[in-house]
Design a protein around this ligand. Sequence first.
Ligand code: PEP
Ligand code: MN
Length: 338
Amino acid sequence: MIVVMKSGAKKSEIQNVLKQIKRLKLKPHLSAGIERTIIGIIGDERLFKKEQFSMLPGVENVIPVLKPYKLASRDFKKSDTIIDVAGVKIGGNNIVVIAGPCSVETKEQLMKTARIVKKAGANLLRGGAYKPRTSPYAFQGLGKEGLKFLAAARRETGLGIVTEVMESQDVELVAEYADMLQVGARNMQNTKLLRSLGKIRKPILLKRNFAATLNEFLMSAEYILSGGNEQVVLCERGIRTFVEYTRNTFDLNIIPVIKQLSHLPILADPSHATGRQDIVIPMSRAAIACGADGLIVEVHTNPAQAFSDGDQSLTPEQFSTLMRESKVIADAIGRSLE
Ligand code: PEP
Ligand code: MN
Protein backbone atom coordinates (compact mmCIF):
# COMPACT_ATOMS: atom_id res chain seq x y z
CA MET A 1 0.00 0.00 0.00
CA ILE A 2 1.20 3.50 -0.80
CA VAL A 3 0.03 6.56 1.12
CA VAL A 4 0.16 9.75 -0.93
CA MET A 5 0.14 12.84 1.30
CA LYS A 6 -1.54 16.07 0.14
CA SER A 7 0.87 18.63 -1.22
CA GLY A 8 1.57 20.91 1.73
CA ALA A 9 0.73 18.21 4.29
CA LYS A 10 2.02 19.22 7.72
CA LYS A 11 4.98 17.47 9.36
CA SER A 12 2.71 16.43 12.21
CA GLU A 13 0.32 14.78 9.72
CA ILE A 14 3.18 12.81 8.19
CA GLN A 15 4.34 11.80 11.68
CA ASN A 16 0.83 10.68 12.48
CA VAL A 17 0.78 8.35 9.46
CA LEU A 18 4.17 6.95 10.48
CA LYS A 19 2.85 6.37 14.01
CA GLN A 20 -0.14 4.47 12.65
CA ILE A 21 2.20 2.29 10.56
CA LYS A 22 4.27 1.47 13.65
CA ARG A 23 1.15 0.80 15.71
CA LEU A 24 0.11 -1.83 13.16
CA LYS A 25 3.62 -3.36 13.35
CA LEU A 26 4.35 -2.49 9.71
CA LYS A 27 7.39 -0.80 8.19
CA PRO A 28 7.26 2.67 6.62
CA HIS A 29 9.32 3.75 3.66
CA LEU A 30 9.33 7.51 3.31
CA SER A 31 9.95 9.33 0.05
CA ALA A 32 9.90 13.09 0.51
CA GLY A 33 9.55 14.62 -2.95
CA ILE A 34 9.55 18.32 -3.86
CA GLU A 35 5.80 18.27 -4.51
CA ARG A 36 4.55 15.81 -1.94
CA THR A 37 5.53 13.05 0.43
CA ILE A 38 4.82 9.44 -0.41
CA ILE A 39 4.92 6.72 2.23
CA GLY A 40 5.24 3.07 1.28
CA ILE A 41 3.83 0.57 3.76
CA ILE A 42 5.79 -2.62 3.90
CA GLY A 43 4.23 -5.69 5.42
CA ASP A 44 1.36 -8.09 5.03
CA GLU A 45 -1.51 -6.14 3.41
CA ARG A 46 -4.06 -8.52 4.90
CA LEU A 47 -3.30 -7.13 8.35
CA PHE A 48 -4.79 -3.68 7.84
CA LYS A 49 -7.47 -1.79 5.96
CA LYS A 50 -7.15 1.08 3.51
CA GLU A 51 -9.42 3.23 5.72
CA GLN A 52 -6.95 3.03 8.59
CA PHE A 53 -4.87 5.41 6.50
CA SER A 54 -7.16 7.14 4.01
CA MET A 55 -9.11 8.81 6.84
CA LEU A 56 -6.08 10.34 8.54
CA PRO A 57 -5.62 14.12 8.16
CA GLY A 58 -3.28 15.22 5.35
CA VAL A 59 -3.69 12.01 3.35
CA GLU A 60 -4.74 12.53 -0.26
CA ASN A 61 -4.89 8.97 -1.50
CA VAL A 62 -4.08 5.40 -0.53
CA ILE A 63 -3.12 3.15 -3.40
CA PRO A 64 -3.01 -0.62 -3.03
CA VAL A 65 -0.01 -2.10 -4.83
CA LEU A 66 -1.10 -5.25 -6.54
CA LYS A 67 2.33 -6.10 -7.85
CA PRO A 68 4.43 -8.20 -5.49
CA TYR A 69 7.30 -5.70 -5.65
CA LYS A 70 6.62 -2.34 -4.06
CA LEU A 71 9.75 -0.26 -3.47
CA ALA A 72 11.06 -1.23 -6.91
CA SER A 73 7.83 -0.21 -8.63
CA ARG A 74 6.98 2.97 -10.55
CA ASP A 75 3.82 3.21 -8.46
CA PHE A 76 6.03 3.92 -5.49
CA LYS A 77 8.39 6.31 -7.27
CA LYS A 78 7.52 7.95 -10.57
CA SER A 79 10.85 9.54 -11.44
CA ASP A 80 13.87 7.57 -12.65
CA THR A 81 16.29 6.72 -9.88
CA ILE A 82 19.81 7.97 -10.52
CA ILE A 83 22.58 6.15 -8.72
CA ASP A 84 25.98 7.68 -8.08
CA VAL A 85 28.88 5.24 -8.37
CA ALA A 86 32.14 7.01 -7.55
CA GLY A 87 30.83 10.19 -9.20
CA VAL A 88 29.37 8.39 -12.25
CA LYS A 89 25.61 8.81 -12.52
CA ILE A 90 23.68 5.71 -13.61
CA GLY A 91 20.09 6.33 -14.75
CA GLY A 92 18.12 9.32 -16.00
CA ASN A 93 19.40 10.59 -19.32
CA ASN A 94 22.90 9.16 -18.85
CA ILE A 95 24.36 6.15 -20.56
CA VAL A 96 27.35 4.56 -18.84
CA VAL A 97 29.81 1.93 -19.93
CA ILE A 98 31.43 -0.42 -17.42
CA ALA A 99 34.33 -2.34 -18.98
CA GLY A 100 37.18 -4.60 -17.99
CA PRO A 101 38.21 -8.23 -17.87
CA CYS A 102 35.94 -11.05 -16.75
CA SER A 103 38.49 -11.98 -14.07
CA VAL A 104 41.30 -10.09 -12.41
CA GLU A 105 44.24 -12.28 -13.48
CA THR A 106 47.44 -10.42 -12.68
CA LYS A 107 48.23 -6.88 -11.58
CA GLU A 108 49.85 -6.11 -14.94
CA GLN A 109 46.89 -7.44 -16.95
CA LEU A 110 44.42 -5.42 -14.89
CA MET A 111 46.41 -2.16 -14.96
CA LYS A 112 46.94 -2.43 -18.70
CA THR A 113 43.25 -3.13 -19.37
CA ALA A 114 42.17 -0.35 -16.99
CA ARG A 115 44.33 2.20 -18.86
CA ILE A 116 42.98 1.01 -22.22
CA VAL A 117 39.29 1.13 -21.30
CA LYS A 118 39.75 4.49 -19.58
CA LYS A 119 41.37 5.94 -22.70
CA ALA A 120 38.56 4.59 -24.88
CA GLY A 121 36.00 6.34 -22.66
CA ALA A 122 34.71 3.72 -20.18
CA ASN A 123 33.10 5.23 -17.08
CA LEU A 124 33.79 2.41 -14.58
CA LEU A 125 36.11 -0.62 -14.37
CA ARG A 126 34.81 -4.18 -13.96
CA GLY A 127 36.80 -7.27 -12.94
CA GLY A 128 35.96 -10.33 -10.86
CA ALA A 129 38.11 -11.31 -7.89
CA TYR A 130 35.58 -13.93 -6.74
CA LYS A 131 34.41 -15.98 -9.73
CA PRO A 132 31.31 -18.18 -9.81
CA ARG A 133 32.62 -20.81 -12.26
CA THR A 134 30.65 -23.72 -13.67
CA SER A 135 33.55 -26.09 -13.02
CA PRO A 136 35.24 -26.44 -9.60
CA TYR A 137 38.49 -27.08 -11.50
CA ALA A 138 38.38 -23.74 -13.36
CA PHE A 139 40.10 -20.55 -12.15
CA GLN A 140 38.13 -19.31 -9.12
CA GLY A 141 39.58 -15.80 -8.89
CA LEU A 142 42.34 -14.16 -6.85
CA GLY A 143 40.10 -13.22 -3.90
CA LYS A 144 41.43 -10.46 -1.65
CA GLU A 145 44.58 -10.03 -3.72
CA GLY A 146 42.37 -9.30 -6.74
CA LEU A 147 40.51 -6.66 -4.74
CA LYS A 148 43.84 -5.00 -3.98
CA PHE A 149 44.75 -4.92 -7.66
CA LEU A 150 41.37 -3.33 -8.42
CA ALA A 151 42.02 -0.66 -5.79
CA ALA A 152 45.44 0.01 -7.37
CA ALA A 153 43.79 0.37 -10.80
CA ARG A 154 41.33 2.88 -9.35
CA ARG A 155 44.18 4.86 -7.77
CA GLU A 156 45.95 5.11 -11.10
CA THR A 157 43.05 5.64 -13.52
CA GLY A 158 40.42 7.21 -11.26
CA LEU A 159 37.87 4.66 -12.54
CA GLY A 160 35.39 3.41 -9.93
CA ILE A 161 35.36 -0.37 -9.37
CA VAL A 162 32.55 -2.86 -10.01
CA THR A 163 33.24 -6.36 -8.68
CA GLU A 164 31.27 -9.45 -7.71
CA VAL A 165 30.48 -10.62 -4.20
CA MET A 166 29.34 -14.24 -3.91
CA GLU A 167 28.77 -14.78 -0.19
CA SER A 168 27.27 -12.73 2.58
CA GLN A 169 30.35 -13.28 4.74
CA ASP A 170 32.46 -11.46 2.11
CA VAL A 171 30.22 -8.40 1.79
CA GLU A 172 32.14 -6.29 4.30
CA LEU A 173 35.51 -7.03 2.70
CA VAL A 174 34.35 -6.51 -0.90
CA ALA A 175 32.55 -3.29 0.11
CA GLU A 176 35.84 -1.95 1.49
CA TYR A 177 37.35 -2.05 -1.99
CA ALA A 178 34.46 -1.81 -4.45
CA ASP A 179 32.43 1.24 -5.49
CA MET A 180 29.65 -1.05 -6.71
CA LEU A 181 29.06 -4.68 -5.67
CA GLN A 182 27.86 -7.08 -8.33
CA VAL A 183 25.44 -9.91 -7.60
CA GLY A 184 26.00 -12.51 -10.31
CA ALA A 185 23.25 -14.32 -12.20
CA ARG A 186 23.79 -17.48 -10.16
CA ASN A 187 23.23 -15.62 -6.90
CA MET A 188 20.21 -13.55 -7.90
CA GLN A 189 18.04 -15.52 -5.50
CA ASN A 190 20.59 -16.01 -2.75
CA THR A 191 18.34 -14.31 -0.24
CA LYS A 192 20.93 -14.33 2.53
CA LEU A 193 23.35 -12.44 0.29
CA LEU A 194 20.59 -10.03 -0.82
CA ARG A 195 19.68 -9.32 2.81
CA SER A 196 23.33 -8.60 3.66
CA LEU A 197 23.49 -6.19 0.73
CA GLY A 198 20.32 -4.48 1.98
CA LYS A 199 22.25 -3.54 5.12
CA ILE A 200 25.12 -1.72 3.42
CA ARG A 201 24.98 1.69 1.79
CA LYS A 202 26.80 1.04 -1.45
CA PRO A 203 25.46 0.64 -5.00
CA ILE A 204 24.55 -2.90 -6.05
CA LEU A 205 24.54 -4.25 -9.61
CA LEU A 206 21.94 -7.03 -9.60
CA LYS A 207 22.21 -9.39 -12.56
CA ARG A 208 19.20 -11.34 -13.72
CA ASN A 209 19.39 -15.09 -13.33
CA PHE A 210 19.25 -16.96 -16.63
CA ALA A 211 15.92 -18.56 -15.66
CA ALA A 212 14.33 -15.71 -13.73
CA THR A 213 10.98 -14.20 -14.63
CA LEU A 214 10.52 -10.45 -14.53
CA ASN A 215 8.71 -10.69 -11.17
CA GLU A 216 11.45 -12.83 -9.65
CA PHE A 217 14.08 -10.36 -10.87
CA LEU A 218 12.30 -7.37 -9.33
CA MET A 219 11.57 -9.30 -6.12
CA SER A 220 15.31 -9.84 -5.71
CA ALA A 221 15.79 -6.08 -6.04
CA GLU A 222 13.02 -5.71 -3.47
CA TYR A 223 15.07 -7.75 -0.94
CA ILE A 224 17.88 -5.21 -1.14
CA LEU A 225 15.61 -2.15 -1.19
CA SER A 226 13.49 -3.35 1.73
CA GLY A 227 16.66 -3.75 3.78
CA GLY A 228 17.20 -0.01 3.39
CA ASN A 229 19.74 0.08 0.58
CA GLU A 230 18.11 2.15 -2.15
CA GLN A 231 21.02 1.95 -4.58
CA VAL A 232 20.12 -0.90 -6.90
CA VAL A 233 20.95 -1.10 -10.60
CA LEU A 234 19.49 -4.01 -12.58
CA CYS A 235 21.27 -5.86 -15.38
CA GLU A 236 19.94 -8.08 -18.18
CA ARG A 237 22.62 -10.63 -19.11
CA GLY A 238 20.79 -13.20 -21.21
CA ILE A 239 18.49 -16.11 -20.43
CA ARG A 240 18.42 -19.81 -21.30
CA THR A 241 16.37 -20.80 -24.34
CA PHE A 242 16.54 -23.56 -26.98
CA VAL A 243 18.89 -21.36 -29.02
CA GLU A 244 22.33 -22.94 -29.28
CA TYR A 245 24.27 -20.54 -31.52
CA THR A 246 24.77 -18.09 -28.63
CA ARG A 247 25.64 -18.73 -24.98
CA ASN A 248 22.33 -17.20 -23.88
CA THR A 249 19.45 -15.32 -25.50
CA PHE A 250 19.62 -11.57 -24.94
CA ASP A 251 16.18 -10.70 -23.60
CA LEU A 252 16.15 -7.10 -24.76
CA ASN A 253 12.35 -7.07 -24.44
CA ILE A 254 12.75 -6.81 -20.70
CA ILE A 255 14.52 -3.46 -20.90
CA PRO A 256 11.63 -1.23 -22.05
CA VAL A 257 9.22 -3.31 -19.92
CA ILE A 258 11.33 -2.79 -16.78
CA LYS A 259 11.45 0.92 -17.62
CA GLN A 260 7.65 1.00 -17.48
CA LEU A 261 7.32 -1.01 -14.28
CA SER A 262 10.30 0.18 -12.25
CA HIS A 263 12.17 3.40 -11.52
CA LEU A 264 15.47 1.53 -11.14
CA PRO A 265 18.16 1.86 -13.82
CA ILE A 266 18.87 -1.20 -15.97
CA LEU A 267 22.11 -2.03 -17.74
CA ALA A 268 22.71 -4.63 -20.42
CA ASP A 269 25.54 -7.17 -20.57
CA PRO A 270 26.07 -8.17 -24.22
CA SER A 271 29.15 -10.25 -23.30
CA HIS A 272 27.39 -12.92 -21.21
CA ALA A 273 24.15 -12.58 -23.21
CA THR A 274 25.86 -13.61 -26.44
CA GLY A 275 29.07 -15.38 -25.42
CA ARG A 276 30.43 -14.32 -28.80
CA GLN A 277 32.99 -11.59 -29.33
CA ASP A 278 31.84 -11.14 -32.95
CA ILE A 279 28.32 -10.02 -32.04
CA VAL A 280 28.94 -8.03 -28.85
CA ILE A 281 29.16 -4.72 -30.75
CA PRO A 282 25.88 -4.98 -32.72
CA MET A 283 24.03 -6.19 -29.61
CA SER A 284 25.49 -3.29 -27.60
CA ARG A 285 24.06 -0.89 -30.16
CA ALA A 286 20.70 -2.67 -29.91
CA ALA A 287 20.71 -2.54 -26.11
CA ILE A 288 21.26 1.20 -26.06
CA ALA A 289 18.69 1.72 -28.82
CA CYS A 290 16.00 -0.08 -26.80
CA GLY A 291 16.58 2.01 -23.68
CA ALA A 292 19.27 0.40 -21.53
CA ASP A 293 20.95 2.86 -19.16
CA GLY A 294 24.34 1.51 -20.14
CA LEU A 295 26.48 -1.53 -20.77
CA ILE A 296 28.79 -3.82 -18.84
CA VAL A 297 31.28 -5.34 -21.26
CA GLU A 298 34.24 -7.71 -21.00
CA VAL A 299 37.52 -6.53 -22.53
CA HIS A 300 40.84 -8.40 -22.61
CA THR A 301 44.22 -7.41 -24.01
CA ASN A 302 44.60 -10.96 -25.32
CA PRO A 303 41.22 -12.75 -25.33
CA ALA A 304 42.76 -16.05 -26.44
CA GLN A 305 44.79 -16.16 -23.21
CA ALA A 306 42.01 -15.02 -20.84
CA PHE A 307 41.55 -17.11 -17.65
CA SER A 308 37.76 -16.88 -18.16
CA ASP A 309 35.28 -15.82 -20.85
CA GLY A 310 37.88 -15.17 -23.56
CA ASP A 311 35.35 -16.15 -26.27
CA GLN A 312 33.22 -13.16 -25.46
CA SER A 313 35.90 -10.64 -24.53
CA LEU A 314 36.52 -7.70 -26.84
CA THR A 315 40.01 -6.68 -27.91
CA PRO A 316 41.00 -3.09 -27.08
CA GLU A 317 40.41 -2.08 -30.72
CA GLN A 318 36.92 -3.61 -30.73
CA PHE A 319 36.14 -1.83 -27.48
CA SER A 320 37.07 1.53 -29.04
CA THR A 321 34.68 0.78 -31.89
CA LEU A 322 31.96 -0.14 -29.40
CA MET A 323 32.41 3.19 -27.60
CA ARG A 324 32.33 5.18 -30.83
CA GLU A 325 29.23 3.44 -32.16
CA SER A 326 27.43 3.49 -28.82
CA LYS A 327 27.84 7.28 -28.72
CA VAL A 328 26.18 7.55 -32.14
CA ILE A 329 23.16 5.54 -30.94
CA ALA A 330 22.99 7.48 -27.66
CA ASP A 331 23.00 10.79 -29.59
CA ALA A 332 20.30 9.51 -31.94
CA ILE A 333 17.90 8.87 -29.04
CA GLY A 334 18.80 12.07 -27.20
CA ARG A 335 20.81 10.49 -24.39
CA SER A 336 24.28 11.33 -23.24
CA LEU A 337 27.28 9.04 -23.09
CA GLU A 338 30.05 11.15 -21.58
C1 PEP B 1 30.54 -11.89 -14.85
O1 PEP B 1 30.09 -10.74 -14.88
O2 PEP B 1 31.71 -12.19 -15.14
C2 PEP B 1 29.59 -12.99 -14.56
C3 PEP B 1 30.00 -14.11 -13.99
O3 PEP B 1 28.33 -12.71 -14.96
P1 PEP B 1 26.96 -13.55 -14.75
O4 PEP B 1 26.77 -13.63 -13.28
O5 PEP B 1 25.94 -12.67 -15.43
O6 PEP B 1 27.14 -14.87 -15.41
MN1 MN C 1 32.48 -13.29 -17.33
